[in-house]
Design a protein around this ligand. Structure first.
Ligand SMILES: [Fe+2]
Ligand SMILES: [Fe+2]
Length: 198
């Protein structure tokens, strides 16, 4: 079996700016892959056929347990420093932090909808499809703004010591899909991603 690339932020060792920015972008690429996968399942759903609900639930569950739990809190701390160093960035970073809160709320609602479908208590396909499509659209737009507007600014204004300070404030967790995590609930999703990569 091929080794999965390790694209998670690490607390260990020296942090270089290139590493940090590369990993930031790599995490976005990972999340983008999951949004594509979720969208393709919603397309199956839309055609009236039976999508892989467990896979969709695993993606939504991951979104609230990794990006919302580690990636976004780190960004919020980075945004605070950026806003201090460049007053012109304040409106943008504030908006993106507010989007983090909305993304979390929407992600939790999506998990609840999919949970309901998987355990048979919710049958509204339309509601799940709408919630899923809205989530994907918002998440993609959010990442695009960060990729284009914020990451270049962070590359210019943040220093390794800033990232050390940020990392000291957030509780590190392993990425359970693209990192070293091995939680059983993501096993099928990890295999699916491996197969696509092969
Ligand atoms: Fe973000
Ligand atoms: Fe991000």
């Amino acid at each position: 079996m091929k080794q999965r690339p390790r694209h998670t932020f690490s607390h260990q060792g020296d942090i270089t700016m290139t590493d940090t920015i590369t990993r930031w972008r790599a995490e976005h690429a990972n999340f983008a892959k999951l949004m594509d996968l979720l969208e393709s399942e919603l397309d199956v759903f839309h055609e009236g056929e039976s999508p892989n609900y467990e896979l969709m639930l695993a993606i939504a569950y991951y979104m609230i347990h990794y990006p919302d739990t580690l990636h976004h809190p780190r960004e919020d701390l980075a945004f605070e420093i950026l806003a201090e160093r460049d007053k012109g960035a304040t409106a943008l970073t504030r908006e993106l932090s507010q989007q983090h809160a909305r993304i979390r709320k929407d992600g939790e609602a999506l998990v609840a909808e999919l949970d309901g479908i998987v355990d048979g208590t919710i049958a509204s396909r339309e509601r799940v499809e709408n919630a899923g499509r809205r989530y994907i659209e918002n998440f993609r737009r959010h990442m695009q703004d960060e990729d284009i507007k914020v990451i270049p600014l962070a590359a210019r204004l943040l220093r390794p010591a800033d990232w050390s300070a940020i990392n000291a404030k957030v509780r590190h967790i392993e990425d359970p899909i693209f990192g070293k995590g091995s939680e059983q609930r993501y096993a099928a999703l990890r295999e699916h991603i491996e197969r696509e990569r092969a």
